[in-house]
Design a protein around this ligand. Structure first.
Ligand code: BGC
Length: 288
């Protein structure tokens, strides 16, 4: 890359956070992939609360997506629309970014959240299930991040809007670090997200593009219903969560707002674990 900005262009920050700007995303345009349910739904709503216009991407479930759009528009008074696209389909992702450009005039925040689980014992895992999880969780994030970086670089920093030219939040998992028997495809995809995120952050920092990840622990969503639905399952789950409660999707939504805001302007290439302490090796509390 030859057109790296000089140090003089990069310092001091174009905009210092002001009291009004704190945690405000006013005037910013955000895309949340997998935004029709679970964690993505709550991120879309929290971003709207913070003042951003929001695109709610989904693959299936038009009604759910439309319901999120209405919640964002009515409760938050910002603009929103739903866009159907499979994030692992290159042309569909490019079409989605094209529409954002035409509708909102650009993009400031990407939350690459869409993800799936297809669990199986390793020796019984089909290639289809392996491929499906890697395509959606890792290749899907690559395709969305690539289009976002292209758009951010075209736009550059707009000081009235944000200190950064763009912000990317990759949705990862505690399983980017904690091995997970019976879920090798999922853990491999999130381990891949971790290093893609860091490598990308290193590559685009000079353009004032911040790239970070959020790694949720156990959060009350449809993806892991079996782990919290019955009192027995919940009790077993709590052995893994020192903070002794399940995460709620809004726990992740609020973390995403902060990470996307100028409050977090000096943060890039990091993973924020939002997990009630799941990463703290709770088994060692009384052992070892
Ligand atoms: C998975 C959940 C799981 C959690 C903690 C998440 O990434 O999607 O199914 O409950 O990690 O193990």
């Amino acid at each position: 890359m030859t057109d790296r900005p000089s140090a003089a262009d990069c310092y001091p920050p174009a905009v210092l956070p002001s009291p009004e700007r704190q945690l405000s995303l006013k005037g910013q345009k955000a895309l949340v992939t997998g935004g029709s349910s679970g964690i993505g739904r709550e991120i879309a709503i929290e971003l709207g609360w913070a003042g951003a216009d929001v695109v709610v991407n989904y693959n299936s479930g038009d009604e759910e997506a439309q319901e999120v759009v209405e919640a964002v528009e009515q409760r938050c008074g910002v603009r929103a629309y739903a866009h159907q696209a499979d994030v692992s389909d290159e042309a569909a992702v490019q079409g989605m970014f094209q529409r954002i450009q035409e509708t909102f005039g650009g993009i400031d925040i990407l939350v690459a959240n869409a993800g799936v689980q297809r669990d199986a014992a390793f020796d019984e895992m089909s290639l289809a299930d392996w491929d499906m999880v890697l395509r959606v969780n890792l290749t899907g994030q690559f395709l969305c991040c690539r289009e976002a970086v292209r758009a951010f670089r075209r736009k550059g920093v707009v000081p009235e809007v944000s200190c950064a030219a763009g912000k990317i939040i990759c949705m990862s998992s505690v399983h980017d670090s904690i091995p997970w028997a019976g879920h090798a495809n999922y853990a491999a995809s999130k381990g891949g997200v971790l290093m893609m995120m860091k490598s990308l952050a290193q590559e685009v920092a000079a353009w004032r593009i911040r790239v970070n990840a959020i790694s949720p622990g156990a959060v009350r969503t449809p993806i892991n219903r079996d782990a919290w639905e019955t009192p027995e399952a919940y009790h077993a789950l709590m052995k893994l969560v020192p903070y002794n409660r399940i995460g709620e999707p809004s726990d992740i939504g609020r973390a995403a707002v902060w990470l996307a805001s100028d409050y977090a302007d000096y943060i890039t290439g990091t993973t924020l674990y939002v997990d009630g302490g799941m990463m703290l090796y709770p088994g060692f509390e009384a052992g070892g």
